[in-house]
Design a protein around this ligand. Structure first.
Ligand code: PEP
Ligand code: MG
Length: 906
């Protein structure tokens, strides 16, 4: 570690620069850089992020000792440039102390302003500035911030408001005034005394009067704030490593609260919500930084056009706007012109949209911060493509600028932001499938379909879902379940449909009998409205307005650019022609997984399916399968036609059979009638098929190997559909995939049935269709023996849902019972069903690819588990040499971007 711990800046010079953000944090690096390019910035210094790590390793005292000389010299540096002295009542210097990590974490850590004031210095400041009001306003703000951040003056009960705010409110209400600006100088003086008293009483601490002591307290508190709860949570959400640490920047104070020629504000070089290339922002005259964001005073617009738009939205007439809320462009035209030219300069310098903070002190503009601005998904794409068109960045940079997961926002309907802010959160679950939905509660799939047909929007609420609920899920606007994880059935299917879904919302209690749903004492009935946000997992009471997603031309252009730089291609998981079509429009180049079980859940099909399962003789099964054949053929015909000329990987029947049979008496009686047998017979079969551990039971290729006639029927349906299409002039490219293989013999037997059936069919029809037979690699044993399996399989598709389940030994349907606790205790960093576990499951994939290709050099390998649409997992797939990833239609663009980035980052 470098011995230099502090880097100074000021007066157009700096020891740091923008390339040093790892060491100086984003803020520190940019403060240095702004000095170097001639932007007016108050002088100061930055303590490095390395010191933050030292702080947590060696402790406060040691770090203060290590820093003392450099910090003291750097304070002198500011004093010289500002021509003022820290702690000198006749000519005082005040400083701000701010955090700044490598990646921006807005509002997550602490800031202290006006540091250096005490009872004596404040008098000097009043004399020096000739502005007693300003001096005491600054002082009370300082005591407030320092008391909170450094001395730990927080609300005692979680229901309480901020203790300082409570004191201010008390003083204001006694005099019947509303605004802080209406407080008199005497009242401000009184506040300082009351604040200090409250601190003493609540924390037992004296407010420090020595400015150097104040400074050390503030520096240490900012380092400490790296470990506060919200910073930890934010890092977790954004994937920011703890070791990065925060830097601390100490800067000379400039004041926006020195009267009506002073101001403070925040501005953006482009619109962060929609990406439009429009300079925008807010400011307040005679105020300090936090006033703009805290919402106590109404901030005004910086530009005139912004101000006109704002007034229109607020229903404010032009006269009132001009007199009470003028834009900065109107009220401070010269400062505005300078601000506008610097914001433009900064954007051109960083080649990205900037989010900036500034202060105007008595007519002089100062920049306090610039950073690449946070933005929505829509804005992200527009800004990247615009900057590319403007020649500011090249194609590779444009691609790397876009965050794959944020594309999601462009694909799903979204809640109206204002409506959302007013809504009441009832509970939270797992954000299983993104999007926004609202509708009336229904509890049963058939009700969902019925209500939907009658023109209602519904949210289907279930304890858990089964394949039987599919029709209801498809009819519903969204799905909410009490149980299930991110790869639970509801989640997988919902994502496939691009349907909003929250699963595993443990706090909801569903009473199917009463048709009620209870959350923390709130009882909702069938027909009541709720809204759900599948992107955050939040459940809201009542209806919240939504807006449809927009797919813009920029988005399409970005996707085109991905194709230019990618190696890994993207297929889709789709079970219906509709899904296949949606995925095609998003650029899927084939189907990587067509799950056939979802096809059996409509009227006649489910009856025939049940008949097949409930029969206890080969003959009975064959009879039922004959009924199913035309339906299956029709389904495959639709999908192969829709994906004409592209590979369609169809998987043979996979789930445990008992999922298809009726569990209730009514259903059993219906089946008994349909098949002409007794209810007792049906019940005996239901019992015989029930399993203790269905996920490890009679499913996957074990079905086809136990009942070969199922495999034969499905093969006839797939290839029969392909033959029909070929006769009609199409170019079907079917692939037949065997699920859950663990032993090569399992595949061997299945492959022979498939080939034999195909051979006979081709002979009968006089048409041959080239097709491949491959296997899922989703059982650890298959990965370990991939060299043997590749003797039979023409391709591998990694089923990472089951592979994760079996590698960890976690049930994919029940992980919600312990996942939250595991995440909280940091036993797991992420849900392994969502983000591929590269260390464990990833090893099996890498090994299987290598072993498989040792046997069959050109073995095509893909992934079709849910991870195929998750960016870090897609990048891993690229790294280990997979040929394609396959994911839900609505994740295809995300996977395409991640795949292109993987290649560029290599
Ligand atoms: C898998 O296991 O990863 C897979 C794709 O199959 P399913 O989710 O249908 O079990
Ligand atoms: Mg599977």
């Amino acid at each position: 570690m470098s011995e230099k711990r502090v880097y100074t800046f000021g007066n157009g010079k700096a020891e740091g620069r923008s390339g040093m953000r790892n060491l100086l944090g984003g803020k520190g690096a940019n403060l240095a850089e702004m000095n170097l390019i001639g932007v007016p910035v108050p002088p100061g210094f930055t303590i490095t992020t390395d010191v933050c790590n030292e702080f947590f390793e060696k402790g406060k005292e040691k770090v203060v000792e290590l820093l003392t000389r450099e910090v003291t010299d750097s304070v002198r540096h500011i004093e010289t440039l500002m021509n003022a002295k820290f702690g000198d009542p006749s000519n005082p210097l005040l400083v701000s102390v701010r955090s700044g990590a490598r990646a921006s974490m807005p509002g997550m850590m602490d800031t202290i302003l006006n540091l250096g004031l005490n009872d004596v210095v404040v008098e000097g400041l009043a004399v020096k500035t000739g502005n007693e009001r300003f001096a005491y306003d600054s002082y009370r703000r300082f005591v407030q911030m320092y008391g909170d951040v450094v001395l730990g003056m927080k609300p005692i009960n979680k229901e309480d408001i901020d203790p300082f705010e409570a004191i201010i409110q008390d003083v204001k209400s006694r005099r019947g005034i509303k605004l802080d600006n209406d407080l008199t100088v005497d009242e401000l003086k009184q506040l300082v005394i009351l604040f200090k008293k409250a601190i003493r009483e609540q924390t037992g601490k004296e407010f420090p009067t020595d400015p150097m002591e104040q400074l050390w307290g503030a520096i240490c508190a900012v380092f400490d704030s790296w470990m506060n709860e919200r910073a930890i949570l934010y890092r977790k959400m954004e994937g920011i490593p703890q070791e990065w640490g925060t830097a601390v920047s100490v800067m000379a104070m400039v004041f926006g609260n020195m009267g009506n020629t002073s101001a403070t504000g925040v501005c953006f070089s482009r619109d962060a919500a929609n990406g439009e290339n429009i300079f925008n922002g807010e400011y307040l005259i005679n105020a300090q930084g936090e006033d703009v964001v805290a919402g106590i005073r109404t901030p005004q617009q910086i530009t005139k056009s912004g101000s006109l738009r704002w007034a229109k939205q607020q229903g404010i007439d032009e006269e009132t706007r001009k007199s009470k809320f003028p834009s900065m462009e109107e009220s401070m035209p010269e400062i505005y012109a300078e601000l506008n030219s610097i914001q433009d300069k900064l954007e051109k310098h960083y080649h990205d949209m900037q989010d900036m903070e500034f202060t105007v002190q008595e007519g002089k503009l100062w920049f306090l911060q610039t950073r690449n601005g946070k933005r929505t998904g829509t804005a992200m794409v527009k800004i990247a493509m615009d900057l590319l068109a403007e020649g500011e960045i090249d194609e590779k940079t444009a691609l790397l600028r876009c965050e794959p997961n944020k594309l999601d926002e462009l694909l799903h309907p979204v809640f109206d932001k204002e409506a959302l802010a007013r809504a009441r959160v009832l509970t939270r679950g797992l954000p299983a499938s993104p999007g926004a939905a609202c509708g009336q509660i229904v509890f049963f799939a058939d009700d969902a379909s019925k209500w939907h047909e009658d023109g209602h929007d519904v949210i289907m609420v279930r304890i858990e879902t089964s394949p039987e609920d599919l029709a209801g899920m498809s009819a519903a606007e969204g799905i909410l379940t009490a149980r299930g994880g991110m790869t639970s059935h509801a989640a997988v299917v919902a994502r496939g449909m691009g349907k909003c879904c929250i699963s595993g919302a443990g706090a909801i209690m569903v009473d199917y009998k009463k048709r009620t749903l209870e959350i923390d004492g709130v009882v909702l009935h069938e027909g009541d409205y709720i809204s759900i946000n599948g992107s955050t997992g939040e459940v809201y009471l009542g209806e919240i307005t939504t807006k449809p997603a927009e797919v813009t031309g920029d988005f399409a252009n970005l996707m085109k650019l991905c194709d230019k730089y990618t190696k890994l291609v993207v297929r889709t998981n789709a079970d219906t022609p509709h899904d296949a079509e949606v995925a095609s429009t998003f650029g899927a180049v084939g189907i990587g997984l067509c799950r056939t079980e979802h096809m059996f859940f409509e009227n006649e099909k489910i009856k025939a399916m049940r008949e097949m399962i409930l029969s206890d003789t080969l003959k009975g099964r064959e009879k039922a399968l004959e009924k199913l054949l035309p339906y299956q053929k029709q389904d495959f015909y639709g999908i192969l036609k829709c994906m004409d000329g592209k590979p369609v990987n169809i998987r043979l029947l996979d789930p445990p059979l008992h999922e298809f049979i009726p569990g209730d008496l009514e259903g059993q009686e219906a089946m008994a009638k349909e098949m002409g047998v007794s209810v007792q017979f049906i019940q005996a079969r239901v019992n015989a098929l029930s399993e203790t551990n269905p996920m490890l039971g009679l499913r996957g290729c074990r079905l086809g190997n136990t009942f070969p006639e199922i495999t034969a029927m499905q093969t006839r349906a797939i290839l029969g559909a392909a033959i029909q299409l070929k006769k009609e002039g199409y170019h079907p490219m079917p692939e037949i995939m065997v699920p859950l293989v663990g032993i090569v013999n399992e595949l061997d037997v299945q492959e022979r049935i498939i080939r034999k059936t195909a051979h006979k069919l081709f002979k009968d029809e006089g048409v041959e269709i080239p097709f491949k037979v491959g296997t899922m690699i989703e059982v650890p044993r298959a990965a370990l023996t991939a060299d043997l399996i590749a003797n039979k399989a023409e391709y591998f598709s990694f089923g990472t849902n089951d592979l994760t389940q079996m590698t960890f030994g976690y049930s994919r349907d029940d992980i919600a019972s312990f996942l939250p606790s595991y995440l909280e205790k940091k036993i797991l960093d992420v849900d392994p069903f969502r983000v591929l576990d590269q260390d464990g499951v990833g090893q099996l994939i890498e090994l299987a690819v290598a072993k498989g290709r040792a046997t069959r050099k050109d073995l095509k390998c893909g992934i079709c588990g849910e991870h195929g649409g998750e960016p870090s997992s897609v990048k891993f797939c690229h790294k280990v040499g997979l040929n394609y990833v396959s994911c839900s239609p609505f994740r295809v663009p995300i996977a395409r971007l991640a795949a292109a980035q993987a290649n560029l980052e290599e």
